[in-house]
Design a protein around this ligand. Sequence first.
Ligand code: C2O
Length: 343
Amino acid sequence: NPVQAPQLDKCGTATDLNTGKKLDLNCCPPVTDNIIDYKIPPALRMKLRPSAHRVSAQYMFKYNLAVDRMKRLPDDDPRSFSQQAMIHCAYCNGAYDQPGQGSLDLQIHNSWLFFPFHRWYLYFYERILGKLIGDPTFALPFWNWDNPKGMTIPPMFLDEKSAIYNSKRNQDNLKAIVDLGMTGNKDPLQVVSNNLTVMYSEMIRGNADVYDFMGQPYREGTAVNPGPGSSERGSHTAIHVFVGDPREPSGEDLGNFYSAGRDSLFYSHHCNVDRMWTLWQYFLPSNKVPDKKITDPDFLNASFLFYDENKQLVRVSVKDSLDNLKMGYEYERVDLPWLDYRP
Ligand code: C2O
């Protein structure tokens, strides 16, 4: 059977997975039994998620205004920035158990739920921001770390006076080239070249079947962490580690599951992760990536809960997340220099 959406009224203590210690914070969202099954509204106009390195001053203004308003919402509003950050903690740090499975933790990472869960998370986060500025076409920026032109933290996130700024980041890496292979190499040219090799390998060469890319099956009753897909394990984790602050006790913010959502950069990082999924599904030649669909009903019918932009708690399923165009958004087209990268 599919993993079921968590029971919010049974949400409990979360654990810091880096240290194994109980967290002294409450990750649980407001409880209500008014839940509706979400229907994706028809997309009147496609949202275009832009590359964060290329956005206009006007866009930055709008984005910051939206995040500022989100940060000003009362903490108990499920749409507030702090509650949005807690979503990650609740689904990733053992606050929820799998319904009907005793104390078996629910964990959406390291499995085939990784891409769909984060896609829905961004989807509602984006709709909330759009609503707060009265712009239903607002689209999140993606951090284009797979392209040499985007291999540093997008500069707009470094402005200390902006709403999207966060002080808990590795100060040595604010302007450094991301290290997708976690090599520790400091030579910029070598790191760029290695990054492209990493991308080629996790998108194409390294995947023999659909689970190698998507992550291993995770069903009702499955123990946590059946196994991550190539992208989750590779570039995705590398960026978390790259940005996380070594001055903090446990890699906060981006370098720890419970705190990752507190940095606005998280949402742009995950837009690019989500973009990798769409590229893999729709742009990679199928002779290179055979069999891109998971048809297993335990995958398709897995479900999650989110509060939407109107504070309505909704149930969403994996099957409704498979096509980004049906969800009403797409990504700005940029070069894919890793596509044929053979060093
Ligand atoms: Cu839910 Cu990048 O982790």
